[in-house]
Ligand binder design. Structure first.
Ligand code: PHE
Length: 501
């Protein structure tokens, strides 16, 4: 059985009153329904063959604020021409402008159009009128629009229609497409309204009130159409990089770590020297590291620390190591760099917090002088963590990393021997990514060497690890090009599955 909703019934009744055919706007007036409510009803009314819908596309032209100003005062080129003529058909530009009273902002446009329309010539600062032109189509349209705006373009005469594009590019008018809809009762529709429709009050929401009073028995509850298409909406969402940063931070916090942050500009001392990276280490070359040119240098920490680092690099100092066997330069260590890894931040923190236990992490930005490609960015994020305590071992480090990866949904983890100048032993971890059916390297890690800890006065073992964040995001999002993350291409973001959740 055909069941009509309240707004559909009202639409039919309004149509009956309007003699069976009327534009939607009139139905809105007649029925008291909102425009959207009428349009929602039309869908099922047409499906049930009660109503026909006629659509007619129209182009509307309306005058802008500037356009109506010129319509009142005449176009600026016309004002200049009037003045030239008043001044005898030829006169200096300055005199013409002055006579016309034209505002400064219109002068160059007006001179341009005088020339383009071939109304006058400009030579050696003088304006000479060429002709006394009749009112142009553009002027006519502006005049029409001051009487009545908007106008339907299709109803204007072709000559006037031709002036639309220039007036539009001058910003004097606006053009807009519009679809007019007219509804018409079909034979079935007429039959139905003749039989008589009584509009029944409908309730679209069941309230506690209705239930308590038992009134729900007396009202007609509106059926839900769960298949009706809803409007597409694009509400604001958090950028995928920020989403993962938040997730990683939460995981660290759950695991009992505290967040630390450090400066993006560091001395080479903290970025390299304190980490026992020799001053001729390739990573310190301009190729990998961004050095600051102004200011060039920062401050070194207290002398005992600097001396310790210097001696450890030169001869191993008290650590039992032979060091790197070269002449360490404090000047090189003072240089300012954009930090190339967040280990600069954790090592600096360690020297100021020497009581065990220390469990801190950072998720922050680092910089490397890389050629940009699908795998590399010059500016990216690193995840970094350290644990300092009396009796921590490599097993604790691997266990912690395993737990961290598990919380990220990465179940299979492997550890490989690796090398970093500041850790011994050093490991690299790879995780299995089912979507890629492959193992991927994520974090490097190790236990800080005595050559790192002794000069800084750290007394207990320190477990450290770090790795790129963007790589993790690529894995989680199934992406192959790292640059996509920072293109802010909304189309791509909308298509990406992470946003379809
Ligand atoms: N800093 C290393 C990198 O940038 C990662 C790392 C951190 C390795 C701590 C060992 C210990 O790749």
């Amino acid at each position: 059985m055909l069941e009509l909703r309240g707004n559909e019934q009202k639409t039919l009744l309004a149509l009956e009153k309007l003699k069976g055919k009327a534009p939607v706007e009139e139905i809105v007036n007649e029925s008291g329904l909102a425009h959207a409510a009428v349009m929602r009803g039309v869908l099922s009314l047409t499906e049930n063959n009660l109503v026909l819908i006629h659509e007619q596309k129209q182009t509307l032209v309306s005058v802008t604020e500037e356009g109506s100003f010129h319509a009142k005062h005449e176009l600026p080129e016309r004002r200049l021409l009037n003045s030239v003529e008043k001044l005898g058909g030829e006169a200096p530009v300055t005199a013409v402008v002055k006579d016309s009273g034209l505002e400064k902002k219109f002068i160059s446009v007006a001179l341009g159009w005088l020339n383009r329309k071939k109304w006058a010539t400009i030579k050696q600062g003088k304006l000479t009128a060429i002709q006394k032109p009749a009112t142009g189509a553009d002027e006519q349209l502006l005049a029409l629009l001051t009487e009545n705006s908007p106008l339907v373009v299709e109803k204007l005469n072709p000559k006037i229609q031709n002036s639309i594009s220039t007036l539009k590019s001058r910003g004097l008018i606006e053009v807009e497409e519009k679809t007019n809809r007219t509804l018409e009762l079909t034979e079935d529709g007429w039959k139905l309204v003749k039989k008589g429709i009584t509009v029944q009050q409908e309730v679209s929401q069941l309230t506690p009130e209705l239930i308590r009073t038992g009134n729900w028995r007396n009202v007609k509850l509106r059926r839900f159409d769960v298949t009706a298409p809803g409007p597409i909406s694009y509400p604001g969402k958090i950028h995928p990089v920020q989403q993962i940063i938040q997730q990683v931070k939460e995981i660290f916090l759950e695991m009992g770590f505290t967040e630390i942050r450090g400066d993006m500009v560091e001395t080479a001392f903290w970025n390299f020297d304190a980490l026992f990276q020799p001053q001729d280490h390739p990573a310190r070359d301009m190729v990998d590291t961004f050095y600051l040119s102004d200011p060039k240098e920062g401050k070194l920490p207290k002398k005992s620390m600097v001396d310790g680092v210097c001696q450890t690099h030169e001869n191993g100092w008290t650590t039992g190591s032979r060091g790197w066997e070269y002449k360490w330069s404090p000047e090189e260590a003072k240089k300012l760099v954009l930090r190339t890894h967040t280990t600069a931040t954790t090592i600096r923190y360690l020297t100021q917090h020497q009581d065990p236990p220390v469990k801190v992490f950072s998720v922050d930005r680092v910089y490397r002088n890389e050629k940009l490609d699908y795998k590399h960015l010059a500016e990216f994020h690193q995840i970094e963590g350290i644990i300092m305590d009396r009796k921590v071992t490599l097993r604790d480090l691997m266990g912690t990393l395993k737990e961290f990866y598990h919380k990220l949904g990465l179940e299979k983890v492997q550890f490989w021997p690796s090398y970093f100048p500041y850790t011994e032993p050093s490991l690299q971890s790879t995780v299995f990514v089912p979507e890629l059916n492959n193992w991927v390297e994520l974090c490097g890690m190790g236990i800080f060497r005595p050559e790192v800890l002794a000069p800084l006065g750290v007394k207990h073992p320190v477990l450290a690890w770090g790795g790129g964040l963007e790589r993790l995001i690529l894995l989680k999002m199934g992406l192959e090009d790292i640059r996509l993350l920072y293109k802010n291409d909304l189309g791509w973001i909308r298509r990406n599955p992470i946003y379809q959740q």
